[in-house]
Design a protein around this ligand. Structure first.
Ligand code: FAD
Ligand code: NAI
Length: 473
C-alpha cells in the first residue's frame, strides 16, 4: 500500500471525549485523525444520550406546565393534547443540527474524519474498516487516544428489544411512539428518573423498581430524600429493595416478576412498557486491547495512569471507557488534558470539581463531597442550608420547591461540596464548581454581590448560613 503521511494523534471514537480531544489537538498544531463508526459524530451524548433526552424533557415540561400551571398565571387554554410525532421531530432536529455542527468544526480545524470501525494494530497503527465499502485502511500515527465510550449493561432476566417497544433501554425510551399507560423503570438512577419523568409528565403511570433502599444511591442523602418525595408528589411510584427475577413479553405488555432484594415472596405485575436502566459499561469490543497487552479491570474499564497512559506509552484512554463518573463533561476535560500531555504540556483534571446534574423538574445538582463522605473521612465541617421558598425570585416564578446545601471545612471555611435541588440547579451549580476550583470559602461567596432578584441569591444565602446566618430565613 502507498506510504501515507503520519498523524500525530489518532482518536478512536467521536463522542464528547473523542471529538473534543481531536479539535483541541488540531488547534495545538498536531496532525489529527478521528475514527467514528456510528455514521455521525457526537457519540452517545449527542446521538442517544444527553441531547435527545433533554429535548424530550423540555417538550414534556412545556406540556406539563401548560396543563397544570398555566392556569395559575391566568392563562386559560382549554383542552390541550400532545403530538408525539412533532415532539420527536423537534428532538431529531436538535440532534442533527448539533452532530452536523461537529462535522463542520472538524473541517474548520482540520481534523481528518474516518467513518468506520477502528482497531489497534500496534503502538503506532490503527486499522479502519470503512462504513462505506468495508475496505480496510491503515493509519500510521505517533499517538493513539481511545475514546470508545460505553454501552448499556444487559440485565439477563429482562432482555432489551428496542424495536419491539416492550422492553427498552434508554435508546428505545427516546423513541417511544405511544404514551404508555403503565411504565416500569428498572433502576432508580439518572437515566430511569430522567426518562421516567418524560413519560410520567405525558401521562404514564411510572413505577421505579430499585435494588437498593434508595434512589441515586451515591448522592447526598438529604438531597435524595427530598428528590424522592418530590417525584412521589408528581405521581412516581417506588418499589425499593426489590429485584426483578423474570420478564414475560405478551402481545399487550410485559409481566415482571419481582421479589425483595434479600429474597422472599414473588410478585407479578403487568406493564405496557419496561425501561431497563441499571447502568452502563465500557465499550471496547474488537479494539484489540489484549493483543497489545492493555489491561482492563473487572468492570471492563481500560487501566490508565494519572496521565491517561495505558501500559503502551503511545496509547492513551479517556471518558466512559476508563474509571470515573460516566459524564460527557468529564470525558471532555480528560480529552483536552490527554492531548495537552501528548503535546508536552501539563494537562490536568480536578476530579473534586466535576458537577453532576439530573435534569428532572426541579433539577438536582451536586459537586464535591457529600455529607456522608465527609463524615466517613472524619473531616469536621460546617453546613449551610437555604430553601427556595425564602427566595423572592423562586416565589415570583411560582416554583419554590427545594433547597441549596453548602458544606465547608470547619477550620478553613473552604467549600468542599454543594448540593442543590430546585429550579435551575444545573446552571447554579457552576458557581459552586468555580468556588471549589479556586479554593473559595463560604464567606467569599457570601460576600460576593449577586443580582436581585435571582435564584442564585439562594446560593449566596446558603453560604451566609454556612459561616454565619442568612438574612431571609
Ligand atoms: P461516547 O459518547 O460513548 O462515544 C464513544 C463513541 O465511540 C461512540 O460514538 C461509538 O460509536 C464510537 N466507537 C466505539 N468503538 C469504536 C471503534 N472501535 N471504532 C470507531 N468508533 C468507535 N452525560 C452528561 O454529562 N449529561 C447528561 O445529561 C447525560 N445524559 C445521558 C442520557 C442518556 C440516555 C445516556 C445513555 C447517557 C447520558 N450521559 C450524560 C452520559 C454521556 O452520554 C457519556 O458520559 C458520554 O457520552 C461519554 O463520552 P465518551 O466520548 O467517553 O463516549
Ligand atoms: P446509574 O448507575 O445512574 O443507576 C443505576 C441504578 O440501578 C442504581 O440506582 C442501581 O442501584 C440500580 N440497579 C442496579 N442493578 C439493579 C437491578 N438488578 N435491579 C434494580 N436496580 C438495579 O445508571 P443509569 O441510570 O443506567 O445511567 C448510566 C450512566 O449514564 C450513569 O453513570 C450516568 O452518569 C450517565 N447519565 C448521566 C445523565 C446526566 O448527567 N444527567 C443522564 C443519564 C445518564
Amino acid at each position: 500500500s502507498p506510504i501515507m503521511e503520519q498523524f500525530d494523534v489518532t482518536v478512536v471514537g467521536g463522542g464528547p471525549g473523542g471529538y473534543v480531544a481531536a479539535i483541541k489537538a488540531s488547534q495545538m498544531g498536531l496532525k489529527t485523525a478521528c475514527v467514528e463508526m456510528r455514521g455521525s459524530l457526537g457519540g452517545t451524548c449527542l446521538n442517544v444520550g444527553c441531547i435527545p433526552s433533554k429535548a424530550l424533557l423540555q417538550s414534556s415540561h412545556h406540556f406539563h406546565d401548560a396543563k397544570e400551571h398555566f392556569a395559575d398565571h391566568g392563562i386559560n387554554i382549554g383542552d390541550i393534547s400532545m403530538d408525539l410525532d412533532k415532539m420527536q421531530d423537534a428532538k431529531s432536529k436538535s440532534v442533527d443540527g448539533l452532530t452536523g455542527g461537529i462535522e463542520y468544526l472538524f473541517k474548520k480545524y482540520g481534523v481528518e474524519y474516518y467513518k468506520g470501525k477502528g482497531s489497534l494494530k500496534g503502538p503506532n497503527s490503527v486499522s479502519v474498516v470503512k462504513n462505506e465499502d468495508g475496505a480496510t485502511e491503515e493509519i500510521d500515527t505517533k499517538n493513539i487516544l481511545i475514546a470508545t465510550g460505553s454501552e448499556v449493561t444487559p440485565l439477563p432476566p429482562v432482555p432489551v428489544d428496542n424495536d419491539g417497544q416492550k422492553i427498552v433501554d434508554s435508546t428505545g425510551a427516546l423513541e417511544i411512539k405511544k404514551i404508555p399507560g403503565k411504565m416500569a423503570v428498572i433502576g432508580g438512577g439518572v437515566i430511569g428518573l430522567e426518562m421516567g419523568s418524560v413519560w410520567s409528565r405525558l401521562g404514564a403511570e411510572v413505577t421505579v423498581i430499585e435494588f437498593l433502599d434508595k434512589i441515586c444511591p451515591s448522592m447526598d442523602q438529604e438531597l435524595t430524600k427530598k428528590f424522592q418525595t418530590t417525584l412521589k408528589k408528581q405521581g412516581f411510584k417506588f418499589k425499593l429493595k426489590t429485584k426483578v427475577t423474570k420478564s414475560e413479553v405478551e402481545a399487550d405488555g410485559v409481566v415482571l416478576t419481582t421479589e425483595p432484594s434479600k429474597g422472599g415472596d414473588e410478585k407479578t405485575e403487568k406493564y405496557d412498557i419496561v425501561l431497563v436502566a441499571t447502568g452502563r459499561r465500557p465499550y471496547t469490543e474488537g479494539l484489540g486491547l489484549e493483543e497489545l497487552g492493555i489491561q482492563t479491570d473487572k468492570l471492563g474499564r481500560i487501566e490508565v495512569d494519572e496521565h491517561f497512559r495505558t501500559a503502551v506509552p503511545s496509547i492513551y484512554a479517556i471518558g466512559d471507557c476508563i474509571d470515573g463518573p460516566m459524564l460527557a463533561h468529564k470525558a471532555e476535560e480528560e480529552g483536552i488534558a490527554a492531548v495537552e500531555i501528548m503535546a508536552g504540556f501539563a494537562g490536568h483534571v480536578n476530579y473534586d470539581a466535576i458537577p453532576g446534574v439530573i435534569y428532572t423538574y426541579p433539577e438536582v445538582a451536586s459537586v464535591g463531597k457529600t455529607e456522608e463522605e465527609l463524615k466517613e473521612a472524619g473531616i469536621a465541617y460546617n453546613k449551610g442550608n437555604f430553601p427556595f421558598s425564602a427566595n423572592s425570585r423562586a416565589r415570583a416564578n411560582g416554583s419554590s420547591e427545594g433547597f441549596v446545601k453548602v458544606l465547608a471545612e470547619k477550620d478553613t471555611d473552604r467549600i468542599l461540596g454543594a448540593h442543590i435541588i430546585g429550579p435551575n440547579a444545573g446552571e447554579m451549580i457552576s458557581e459552586a464548581v468555580i468556588a471549589i476550583e479556586y479554593g473559595a470559602s463560604s464567606e467569599d461567596l457570601a460576600r460576593t454581590c449577586h443580582a436581585h432578584p435571582t435564584l442564585s441569591e439562594a446560593f449566596k444565602e446558603a453560604c451566609m448560613d454556612t459561616y454565619d446566618k442568612p438574612i431571609h430565613f
